[in-house]
Design a protein around this ligand. Structure first.
Ligand code: DX5
Ligand code: ZN
Length: 216
C-alpha cells in the first residue's frame, strides 16, 4: 500500500481554516488530521465538535480525528455525527480500551489508538487485532512544531513485529515533528501514515511540502 500523508490542521491559520481545508483537498494528502485537545489530558486547548462539523461540509477526504481528551467514550457518537471517519483515542486516557474500540467501530468509524512517547508498543498486544490505526506520538502531545523524538524508529520496528505476531492490519501513523528530513527513514522503518503540521503549514508552499511527503 502506498503511504498516506495527513496534514494537521492544528498548524493552519485558524482565521483561514476553510482555505486550509481546501488546500488539503486539492493536494496529494490522503486524510485531514484533526487534533482535539481539552486542556486536561494535554496542556493545551485546540478546537472541538462545532468546528469539525463546519469544516466537514467542504471536505471529501477522510477526517482522521485525534482525541487528546480524558474520558473520550462519552463523545464517540458526537464525533461521528460531526464527521469523523477515523476516531483515535489515547491509550493513556482509556481504562477500558477494548470497550472504547468496540464502541468506535459500532458507531461506524475506524478505530485508532494513540501512544504517548513513554508508552511501550507491547501494551497494545491484546487489542492490536481490533485496531485500525496506531498513532505513534513522536513528540509529547499538546503542541505543533516540536522536535521529533529519535526513539520512534525503534518503536515503529517493534510495532511492525507485534503487528505480524498478532495478525493485525493496523496502519502505523507517525505524529509529531515529521518533515522532509525524516519522512523517508520513517517509511523505510514501516510507517504507513505521516502526520505533518508545521512542515506543511509553516512551509512557503504547503502543496509542494505535501507532495514531497507523498513522494517519500
Ligand atoms: C500534537 C498533535 C500533532 C501536531 C503535529 O499534539 O497531535 O498532530 O499537530 O504537528 P507537527 O507536525 O508540527 O509536529
Ligand atoms: Zn495529532
Amino acid at each position: 500500500m502506498a503511504h498516506i500523508v495527513a496534514p494537521s490542521l492544528l498548524s493552519a491559520d485558524f482565521a483561514e481554516l476553510g482555505t486550509a481545508v481546501d488546500l488539503i483537498e486539492r493536494s496529494d494528502a490522503g486524510w485531514h488530521h484533526i487534533d482535539v485537545m481539552d486542556g486536561v489530558f494535554v496542556p493545551n486547548i485546540s478546537f472541538g465538535l462545532p468546528v469539525i462539523k463546519s469544516i466537514r461540509k467542504r471536505a471529501q477526504k477522510p477526517f482522521d480525528v485525534h482525541l487528546m481528551i480524558v474520558r473520550p467514550d462519552q463523545f464517540i457518537t458526537a464525533f461521528r455525527d460531526a464527521g469523523a471517519d477515523i476516531l483515535t483515542v489515547h491509550f493513556e486516557a482509556c481504562s477500558h480500551l477494548h470497550r472504547s474500540l468496540q464502541a468506535i467501530k459500532a458507531a461506524g468509524m475506524k478505530a485508532g489508538v494513540a501512544l504517548n512517547p513513554h508508552t511501550p508498543v507491547s501494551m497494545l498486544e491484546d487489542v492490536l487485532a481490533d485496531i485500525d490505526v496506531v498513532c505513534m506520538m513522536s513528540v509529547n502531545p499538546g503542541f505543533g512544531g516540536q522536535k521529533f523524538i529519535e526513539r520512534t524508529y525503534t518503536k515503529v520496528a517493534a510495532l511492525k513485529a507485534l503487528r505480524e505476531k498478532t495478525g493485525s492490519k493496523a496502519l502505523i501513523e507517525i505524529d509529531g515533528g515529521v518533515g522532509a528530513e525524516n519522512a523517508r527513514k520513517l517509511l523505510e522503518a514501516g510507517a504507513d501514515v505521516l502526520v505533518a503540521g508545521n512542515s506543511v503549514f509553516g512551509a512557503a508552499d504547503p502543496i509542494a511540502a505535501i507532495a514531497g511527503l507523498a513522494r517519500g
